[in-house]
Ligand binder design. Structure first.
Ligand SMILES: Cc1ncc(COP(=O)(O)O)c(C=O)c1O
Length: 382
């Protein structure tokens, strides 16, 4: 009895200071608008880069599938949750992205955790950018591999690490577009290093897909490298596709190997069919309309309007403003709310200590007027 009173569910975690607390903001989206605490704000905080999550054709496709096949998939893909339309989307994604094969997964977090665990073990050396997404970090940890973390985008140090490694299996892991910084990995140089040191390159292009290059095919296609036999690409359906889920791309042999070994595929319920039905339509829209061009024009327009603002260097849809202290980022975010804009403060541990920031994201659905208003609000920050 007395032991239970010392430690129970009320004091298990350390108290977190108010400025560090992560708050679940109950918010309702309506297109570009978001209602938070009864206030309607213009949303500059979504990864729905193309505005497709509310596109009538995307939503209609999802609704039709629910009417015909119901809501959930009912089981893991390896039991009875595998639907033929999943294979259609896998083939469409593979040929659009220029890879031999594709594997749909429940989410980006599940994809990266399962993928790295399947690829690496304690004999493998992993070389990871220090600012990689948490899902890549966690996959790396779970794999038990020896990890060499190189300073953000520092390929010279990466090469020194590769030179020293005597591991038979080496895996370089990097974000494509870095999710909290908006800057971009030099994929050609990374692949050249992979070639020189007999390594594989795993690139997570969750934020480059739908936003960069022709039709939004992403960083690797833009660099003419898609389909290279040393490459594995991961992306998500929860961002530019406006849906939920993820995919892994690679050679046919690699994807077959992953089907056999990825625990987060084998032991997790398959993605609900409505979600990939919606994503299939989103892919068609990226290929047949100018929605990606619209986003790219908005990025160019924003950069021209914001050229005097102290933003972090980024040419992508992610435009952060570094503020340093948690309180300053929270204060700036609140000031923007008062002006009618929703841009959250991103604080450690999501970003390194002392680098709290505003993370602003652009969408194809923003008008030039929306962007002008946002830039004005940023310029007004105290
Ligand atoms: C680079 C990157 N990879 C993976 C993920 C995880 O994807 P999901 O939200 O589908 O779990 C995210 C963010 O959500 C991300 O930014």
């Amino acid at each position: 009895m007395s032991i239970a009173s010392i430690m129970d569910t009320r004091n298990w975690f350390k108290t977190i200071p108010e400025t560090r607390k992560r708050k679940l903001l109950a918010s309702q989206r309506d297109g570009l608008w978001i209602e938070v605490d009864g206030q309607k704000l213009l949303n500059f905080a979504s990864n729905d880069y193309l505005g497709l999550s509310t596109h009538p054709k995307v939503c209609a496709a999802a609704q039709d599938v629910i009417k015909q096949h119901g809501l959930g998939s009912g089981a893991s893909r390896l039991v009875s949750g595998d639907d033929p339309t999943m294979h259609v989307l896998e083939q469409s994604l593979a040929s659009w992205k220029g890879f031999e094969a594709c594997l749909l997964m429940g989410s980006g977090m599940l994809a990266n955790i399962g993928l790295i665990q399947a690829l690496a073990d304690r004999h493998t050396h992993i070389f990871a950018d220090k600012l990689n997404h948490a899902s890549l970090v966690d996959g790396t940890r779970l794999s038990g591999a020896k990890v060499h973390r190189f300073p953000h985008l520092n390929l010279q140090i990466l090469e020194e690490m590769l030179q020293k490694s005597d591991a038979k299996k080496k895996l370089i892991v990097s974000d494509g577009v870095f999710s909290m910084d908006g800057d971009v990995a030099d994929v050609a140089a990374l692949l050249a290093l992979a070639d020189s040191y007999d390594a594989l390159l795993l690139l997570d292009d969750a934020h480059g897909t739908g936003t960069l290059g022709e039709q939004g095919k992403g960083l690797l296609a833009q660099a003419g490298l898609a389909g290279h036999a040393r490459l594995i690409e991961v992306g998500t359906l929860g961002k530019a596709f406006g849906s939920y889920g993820a995919y892994v791309l690679g050679t046919a042999e690699m994807i077959e190997g992953l089907r056999q070994h990825m625990r987060t595929l084998i032991f997790s319920t398959a993605l609900p069919p409505s979600l990939y039905a919606g994503a299939q339509v989103a892919l068609d829209l990226m290929q047949t309309t100018d929605v990606v061009k619209q986003l790219q024009n908005n990025i160019t327009y924003f950069l021209a309007q914001a050229k005097n603002l102290p933003l972090m260097p980024s040419q992508t849809a992610i435009q952060p403003m570094l503020l340093g202290k948690d309180e300053d980022a929270l204060d700036a975010s609140n000031q923007l709310r008062e002006q009618g804009y929703f841009v959250p403060a991103i604080r450690p541990p999501t970003v390194p200590e002392g680098s709290a920031r505003l993370r602003l994201t652009l969408s194809a659905a923003h008008s030039q007027q929306d962007i002008q208003g946002m830039v004005k609000a940023l310029a007004n920050l105290g």
